[in-house]
Design a protein around this ligand. Structure first.
Ligand SMILES: [Zn+2]
Length: 298
């Protein structure tokens, strides 16, 4: 190889390497990982994750293990990621923190319980793939993405997987009433419940007018993600999932969800019916929103 040819080839190799994007934390949130976690959580082996079942505890362990592997830790003054409710028959809430430099918090939440198996029928198991294995898969992927964040953030990011939502917000109500973190230090709470069905690339957002700072962060994040966000089409939804006990205590909170669909609360809410791209992009949007909210206040 003559010198000129060598120089040109070296230059081209260098340019290719330089122009290839350095992966950012949000790129670690992939369809592959979302599908893996939804498939496990919604498998028949977990029997629908009813909040008083052994299988719900297996789901709780799966979440806590993933967060530990990502380097997240229990909340301040807690020994464990498992936070029991008042009734020891209930599976626990699971909560972990990625520490910021300040004393404020951004919370991302999703319930992991679903429904008890039917007494009879060919298919008795309520797999709850969209409701709400999809939201939990998001929490797991966000935990993993946080492990790749290198810049300092001000607010700590708290991930909470609630128990007993289907039984009447048992876990979220208990957390709000006995909060291990100061509720008035929460800059924003982002709740995900059903994020993987319906129209492609379309997610519903409730609560944004009452939480302008969260809304601005969502707008900035969505400039990168480009989801079709339908805002405030169902204000009543604010009281149909785990954000409700926090809104009642004046915590700024928003809710991401999809419309009810033909498999909602049916045994046919199966993993192979989810839209992985929608769930993944919604997860990326929520991750970027949380990082934006966690930055120092200008
Ligand atoms: Zn749900």
């Amino acid at each position: 190889m003559n010198l000129l040819k060598y120089t040109v080839i070296s230059f081209l190799i260098c340019c290719t390497a330089c122009s290839s994007k350095i992966p950012s934390p949000v790129d670690s949130i992939t369809e592959q990982n979302i599908i893996r976690d939804v498939t496990w959580l919604a498998s028949d082996a977990l029997q629908g994750r009813h909040y008083r079942s052994i299988e719900a505890r297996k789901a709780a362990n799966y979440i806590a293990t993933a967060w530990k592997e990502a380097g997240l830790t229990p909340l301040p003054s807690q020994n464990s990621m498992y936070l029991p409710t008042d009734d020891l028959r209930d599976s626990p809430n699971v909560a972990a923190i990625y520490k910021g430099t300040g004393d404020t918090f951004v919370c991302i939440t999703a319930h992991y319980d679903h429904l008890k198996p039917k007494r009879n029928g060919d298919d008795r198991i309520y797999n709850g793939a969209d409701d709400n294995a999809s939201g939990v898969a998001a929490l797991i992927s966000i935990g993993n993405a946080l492990s790749k964040v290198t810049s300092k953030i001000e607010s700590s990011i708290v991930l909470i997987a609630f128990t007993g939502e289907e039984a009447g917000f048992v876990g979220s109500q208990h957390f709000a009433n006995n909060a291990p973190i100061a509720l008035n230090k929460i800059r924003g709470l982002l709740n995900l419940d059903m994020i993987s069905r319906g129209e492609p690339n379309t997610i519903f957002l409730e609560g944004a007018p009452d939480a302008p700072r969260i809304n601005m962060a969502i707008v900035r994040a969505n400039a990168q993600i480009d989801l079709h966000i339908i805002r405030n089409a169902h204000p009543d939804w604010l009281y149909r999932s785990d954000q409700a006990p926090f809104i009642e205590k004046n915590v700024p909170a928003v809710f991401f969800s999809v419309e009810d669909h033909e498999d909602y609360h049916r045994v046919s809410d199966h993993a192979d019916k989810i839209l992985p791209e929608l769930a993944t992009k919604t997860t990326q949007l929520v991750f970027l929103t949380a990082i934006d909210l966690a930055r120092p206040v200008p």
